[in-house]
Write a protein of this length. Structure first.
Length: 201
């Protein structure tokens, strides 16, 4: 008994093969080209990274600045707006998706991690339980201070500031300043000035 391969089955097989080839190609490119590219300092490095990342990111705006010595994974899941800047020694894992708006400032040593290991099937080791992927979204004109960590699933609204060393575990509304671990909102911009939240309750 012979089995006839349909045109649709053949097309699906070729599509999967090409998709796998593309993923492998991107991974090789990321390891062999992008990692060394992250070591180049000064304006030369910024220009080279801007040129390469424009093709590797899901979306990249105008005049984005990405400085040296960063670790950035899953580049194809990253969208970044116009005139945003990522400073040195940041760790970005965009497995679950990352959106960065226009005019964002990301200070050195910031961590943006868009996944967590599952934890509800003990005593199975966490690393074997699989991953939960959740995107991170930064609005326009967001400023993340030095050594800030933003966990998976968080959205930070437009014009908000996260203080240095803070750990952001829940959404931060627009026009807010949040600090601490876990980060809590301490000020909001109202009536053309920053208002201390504790005096506004």
């Amino acid at each position: 008994m012979t089995y006839q391969v349909s045109i649709d089955e053949l097309a699906n097989f070729i599509s999967l093969l090409l998709s796998d080839f593309y993923m492998v190609f991107r991974l090789i490119l990321e390891r062999l080209v992008v990692y060394p590219l992250n070591l180049i300092p000064s304006l030369v490095g910024v220009i080279l990274r801007r040129g390469f990342y424009k093709f590797l990111f899901k979306k990249m705006g105008k005049k984005v600045v990405i400085k040296e010595f960063n670790v950035i994974k899953h580049l194809g899941n990253i969208e970044i707006g116009n005139y945003s800047e990522i400073n040195q020694f940041c760790f970005i894992n965009a497995m679950g998706g990352l959106k960065i708006g226009d005019y964002c400032q990301i200070a050195p040593m910031v961590s943006l991690v868009t996944f967590n290991y599952k934890k509800d099937n003990l005593p199975m080791p966490y690393i074997k339980q699989g991953e939960e992927k959740k995107s991170i979204e930064l609005g326009n004109n967001v400023w993340l201070g030095n050594k800030v960590t933003v966990v998976a699933g968080v959205k930070i609204g437009d014009n908000s500031i996260i203080g240095a060393n803070s750990v952001v575990t829940k959404d931060v509304p627009a026009n807010s300043i949040a600090v601490g671990s876990p980060a809590t909102v301490v000020k909001q911009f109202k009536n053309n000035k920053w208002v201390d939240i504790k005096y506004n309750k």
